[in-house]
Design a binder for this molecule. Structure first.
Ligand code: PLP
Length: 351
């Protein structure tokens, strides 16, 4: 491998002088703040939040066993995804490679930034072939997007194949681990120091139960984190989000219990689903959802909507013909789904 962060960073970003906020310009202790044109009343919401999110990064560093200077926090995972394009991909010239099917935001961010998006189909069983990915790259490929466990397929990607890609690519490999809490043994977080071209994405939106507060994380070398931090909006993580995240991170046992519950419910749901005549196949899942091949995805989706139950119709997605993606809910919610699916089937055979 011949990776150089300098070489893959856009020229304008390399020479960028970032915005310097009032709170960035002094060091040491302070008690009277007359520097940022804030209102002196209505504490604590009158003050700008910490632009470097020091307390939150320290707490996350402990939980993730990683140095805080390897952490970037964003307004959801969407923010680091977009910033990676803006930092490393020259519009109209560069390209990225991604597995297919996968999470839709990578393509949207590529399109917004006018970066060519090359898709490489996974195998029929949704496994990853490193050589196919590497063959799709050329000298203008700056990023490779992998997602493990993958959305919408649910499977974790083979680690040897992932590492093969990282070791043989001169750009950045972005590994999205949004669902990693549901199969924690498979994270590559501990391998970060070994791979200067690896960026791992995680989020508080799934296992931590905090989709509403919008907190996404990118883990990478301190040099990559410094570039992302340089180009982010100065106060990208608001005070309410920082406070709520800090509180929740102190309740890690709660998250662990939720994950156990969801995984138990996933097994129960899978056993019920596979009994149904309208279900042809369940794809193995390492996440909190199951991709389900049915006899008629669109029709089932519509009839579930009429019963006020919403699942995700993925039947138009590559390799996902007639498939629905079903998130694992509470025991009661899952039972309602199974009951509705049974009703839908019996109505069909009566007609
Ligand atoms: C849900 C999900 C995310 C989370 O996105 P946020 O913006 O952090 O809420 C990221 N990646 C994948 C693959 C997802 O499915």
């Amino acid at each position: 491998m011949n990776f150089s962060l300098q070489n893959i960073t856009r020229k304008n970003i390399r020479s960028l002088q970032p915005y310097s906020s009032a709170r960035d310009e002094y060091t040491g202790e302070a008690s009277v703040f007359l520097d940022a044109n804030e209102n002196p009343f209505n504490a604590p919401y009158n003050r700008y939040p910490d632009p470097r999110q020091v307390a939150l990064k320290n707490q996350l560093g402990k939980i993730k066993k990683i140095s805080p200077d390897r952490i970037f926090l964003g307004n959801g995972s969407d923010e680091p995804i977009d910033l990676l394009f803006r930092a490393f991909c020259e519009p109209g010239t560069d390209n990225v490679v991604a597995i297919s099917p996968t999470y839709g935001m990578y393509r949207v961010a590529a399109d917004i930034n006018n970066i060519a998006y090359r898709e490489v189909l996974l195998e029929e069983d949704f496994s990853l072939n490193a050589d196919k990915i590497l063959e799709a790259t050329d000298s203008a490929t700056k990023l490779i997007f992998l997602c493990s466990p993958n959305n919408p397929t649910g499977n974790a990607l083979n680690q040897m194949e992932v590492l093969k890609i990282i070791s043989n690519f001169n750009g950045l490999v972005v590994l999205d681990e949004a669902y990693i809490d549901f199969c924690p043994e498979k994270t590559l977080l501990a391998n970060l120091e070994q791979y200067p071209n690896l960026v791992i994405l995680q989020t508080l939106s799934k296992a931590w139960g905090l989709a509403a507060i919008r907190l996404g994380m990118a883990f990478a070398s301190p040099e990559i984190i410094a570039i992302l931090s340089k180009i982010k909006y100065p106060y990208n993580i608001n005070l309410l989000t920082q406070e709520k995240a800090l509180k929740m991170l102190q309740l890690e046992e709660q998250k662990v219990k939720w994950v156990e519950n969801i995984l138990q419910q996933k097994d129960i749901l899978a056993k019920e689903l596979i009994k149904l005549p309208i279900v042809l196949k369940l794809f193995p899942s390492d996440a909190n959802f199951i991709l389900v091949k049915t006899v008629a995805a669109k029709k089932i989706y519509q009839e579930l909507v009429e019963r006020q139950i919403i699942v995700r119709d993925r039947s138009k997605v590559a390799l996902c013909g007639e498939s629905l993606r079903i998130t694992v809910g509470t025991a009661a919610e899952n039972e309602l789904l199974i009951k509705a699916l049974k009703e839908i089937w019996s109505n069909w055979i009566i007609q």
